[in-house]
Structures are given as structure tokens and as C-alpha cells.
Ligand binder design. Sequence first.
Ligand SMILES: [Fe+2]
Length: 265
Amino acid sequence: MNFSFIHITDHHLTESETALLDGFSPNYAFRKVMRHLAAQIGNQADFIISTGDVVEQSSPAAYEAFKQLLNVQATSAPAPGPLLISLEGLHQFPLYLLPGNHDDRSHFYQCLFPKGPMLPLMNAAFIHKGIQFICLDWGPHSKAVVHQETLNFLARSLETDLPAILLMHHQLVPMGSRWLDSFLADNLDQFWQIVSGRQVLGILCGHVHTTYERVIAGIPIFGLRSTAFPFVLQDEPLACLLPPHYRLITIQNSILTTQIFEVPL
Ligand SMILES: [Fe+2]
């Protein structure tokens, strides 16, 4: 069945809307992104997916601030949700949420998904209109780690005949930046062996705060600029000011297409 959804990532929210990171307000930028997407494509999309780094510094208070900012309705759904959010023109809109390396897993689960299991790795899958969404967790650190548990989950999930979309926080491909590329997992060969030849329509990633598209083993990989600050693709860490991005993904007759939207701050 045909449908669309929205990808956002790396929000790095603070405990208060007036708190700044290097002079930048991630909460203000996040509101602008949500207002923009609600006005532009909110009525075309079935749900939003965030690939993590919800908060900058993990604490229960930071997640409470996130819940207040999005008016999150209490849910009994396990991670990745959906949570139902209401803000900036969205009303009880479904949001699926993966943890990133900035998200302490115990805070993430206890504050957002208190009724579900609290697993060290958030590997989970859900089905929407005949497409299986497989959320893969490469661990809670900046550098991705290929856990056997994650590979086993992926292999099991791909045993069905359903076309799949893979969601993850960490990146799978080098960016050409020494410090960002040091976060790549050491051994991704096993991952590519499992997905090659399977019906994977696309892979959505966060972490490097950069919008890009690559094709590996015939599978398109889509990275996305943070809703907060992007990074400069150079060898030493450097954040810069560029307008945030979000991505509209459309599935039509099992073909995936995407469109990037840029949000002026
Ligand atoms: Fe991030």
C-alpha cells in the first residue's frame, strides 16, 4: 500500500528552551522544524521517525522537558512507540523514536516507554501497510559496535517476505572526516552479508548530522542533517550553522523515493 512518512534526527534538546549550546538553541530549532513539517507535509505523512540523540545531556529532567515540549501522551507501547505528540500544528501525531549515543538507555526507557521492556539494545520491528520497519541498535557509544544480538535480530526479521526499511542511529558509510569516520563500526561485513539480496528498500541513519545519499549492495542509504547544528566534514570536530533538514519518504508500489526540506531558522 502507498504511504509517506517523515524522518528527523539528532535533536540534542536541552532541559529548557532558553538553554543554549555554544550560543545555539536546539529547542528553538526543533520547534521550527516541527512547525515547518506540520504546515508543509503533515497531512501527507502517516508518522514521523526520529533516529535518536533526543537530548544533549541525558537526565530524567531532560526527557521530562522533551515530553512537555511535544505534549507527549502517555502510552503503553514499547519502544520505538509510537508516542503521540501534539505541537506546532500536529495533533496526536505518531512519532517512532530510536535512542542515539547521547540517550542514556535507562532514562530513555523509564521516561518515554515505562511500560515496555528495558533492553540494553533497542532492536525492534514494526509493520506499517505491508512494510517492515527494522530498528537496529549499534550501542550507546559514539563509535558503533556490531553486536551479534543485533545481527541475529536483523537476520530473523528479514526471514519474512515483507519489504523492509532499516532504521538506525549510527552511520554505515564513511563521510571523509577523520573524527566522524572513527565512529564507524569496525566490522560491518557481516551486516552487508545479511542484507544483500534481501528486499531492503532503504536505510535511514543519523549521528553525523549530515544529509547524504549512497548506494551500497544495491540498497540506498539516506543520512540526514540534524534538527540542531550540522558538523563540518573535516578531520577535527567543528559544528556550523546551516538550516536544519527533514526528509519525506514515500513508498509507492514498493518503490522508495525521498525529498529533503530545508527549514530557515
Ligand atoms: Fe547527534
